[in-house]
Design a protein around this ligand. Structure first.
Ligand code: SAH
Ligand code: SF4
Length: 361
């Protein structure tokens, strides 16, 4: 397979249709192939049934469906979370997590191998940036989880872009992937069931609003003063909170949507009453919801998760400002389901701090 081979997963339906037109095949043929990819979920072009022979020959010569290999798989003890380390042909690996809430499944997927943002508490940030994923590599993670669930007659219903990488640093590929995941003739995942989580890049948040990106937006805040935020999240040195909050207000005004904010609670660092009052003031009057997530410890960072009484006190203070909040369950802690931890464990050839590793197929 050479560089001119097309990964069909990289194309939105409109792009696939345009490509087929250049090859001399009508929209009807593009749609049949699209449905084979996303409804029947075939895993190779030659598995598409009843294609016109000249189209089958063209696809055999010029197209592929690039699938990742399983480098490792881990099951949490409670049976609700499965974490996969997936390897691409160039050897890069990313993490994909399958989570069950009642009888519904969520896929937590990656947008980059590594991450350039360098948040100090994050295992992915600690390993640095390797490369962007293509749209097809983002989408293939959802199809991978669908295949893992097929035996149970289940499929992915929710998607969170909260795995490795910063989705808005890989803007185009992420938008194409969202287009593919939500396409009503394909996987048809409801936009409200997809959450894009960002470290908070103001210009890209404005662009999301202008592009009418239909999914839910979550902004990783973690601190409510520039100094404390910059100590945890390096991009905050360049984009102060005032610029970030302006961009969020713009997004809310244009999209008419609530924005979720994320706050990883670190004992004694950002779980103090001072920080709680500061974030209450920052978000007061906005259509905001705060998700608080006690830190998942990583090798490269000494901080510890906040204990329950501090979490409660934090929530109570922000509730006083009219900000609703939810404590996110720290699911799959025993399998290092925090962002980037499984890959970090493999890279450093040591078990993750919270559990053990077994090799997958
Ligand atoms: N780059 C994006 C999306 C991936 S990270 C972002 O930063 O939002 C998804 C979420 O996991 C972010 O809110 C991030 O701050 C949080 N996170 C990363 N490492 C964590 C850890 N060790 N413990 C708890 N939350 C963590
Ligand atoms: Fe990148 Fe998000 Fe991790 Fe920060 S928290 S390093 S932005 S993946």
């Amino acid at each position: 397979m050479d560089n001119t081979t097309l990964n069909l997963y990289d194309f939105s339906r409109a792009e696939l249709t345009a490509h087929f037109a250049r090859w001399g095949f009508s929209a009807y043929h593009a749609e049949r192939v699209w449905q084979a990819l996303y409804r029947q979920q075939v895993d190779a072009p030659d598995a598409i049934a009843d294609l016109r022979p000249d189209l089958a020959a063209r696809l055999a010569a010029a197209a592929t469906l690039r699938q990742p290999e399983t480098a490792a798989a881990l099951d949490s003890r409670d049976g609700h979370t499965r974490k996969f380390l997936l390897r691409w042909a160039d050897g890069q690996t990313v993490e994909t997590v399958q989570m069950r809430y009642r009888d519904r499944y969520t896929a937590c997927i990656s947008t980059q191998a590594g991450c350039a943002m360098g948040c100090i508490f994050c295992a992915t940030g600690q390993m640095g940036f390797q490369r962007h994923l293509s749209a097809g590599e983002i989408v293939a993670q959802v199809l991978y989880v669908n295949r893992a669930l097929a035996a149970q007659g289940q499929s992915v219903r929710n998607v969170v872009l909260m795995g490795m990488g910063e989705p808005l640093h890989n803007y185009e590929a992420t938008m194409t992937a969202i287009d593919i995941l939500t396409d009503d003739k394909g996987l048809a995942i409801a936009p409200r069931h997809i959450t894009l989580s960002t470290v908070g890049l103001p210009r890209a948040i404005r662009r999301l609003a202008d592009d009418n990106c239909p999914v839910q937006l979550a902004v990783s805040l973690h601190a409510a003063t520039d100094e404390e935020r910059a100590a945890l999240v390096p991009p905050a040195r360049r984009w102060p909170l005032a610029a970030l909050m302006d961009a969020c207000r713009y997004y809310m005004a244009v999209r008419g949507r609530r924005v979720f904010f994320e706050w990883t609670l670190i004992a004694g660092t950002n779980d103090t009453p001072t920080q709680a009052h500061a974030v209450g003031k920052l978000l007061q009057g906005m259509n905001a919801h705060l998700n608080v997530i006690p830190l998942n410890p990583t090798h490269g960072y000494e901080g510890a998760p906040s204990q329950t009484p501090s979490v409660r006190a934090f929530q109570q203070i922000i509730a006083g400002y009219g900000i609703p909040s939810t404590v996110r369950q720290r699911r799959g802690l025993d399998i290092a389901a925090g962002c980037g931890q499984l890959r970090a464990a493999q890279l450093f050839s040591e078990p993750p701090r919270n559990g053990s590793l077994r090799n997958g197929n």
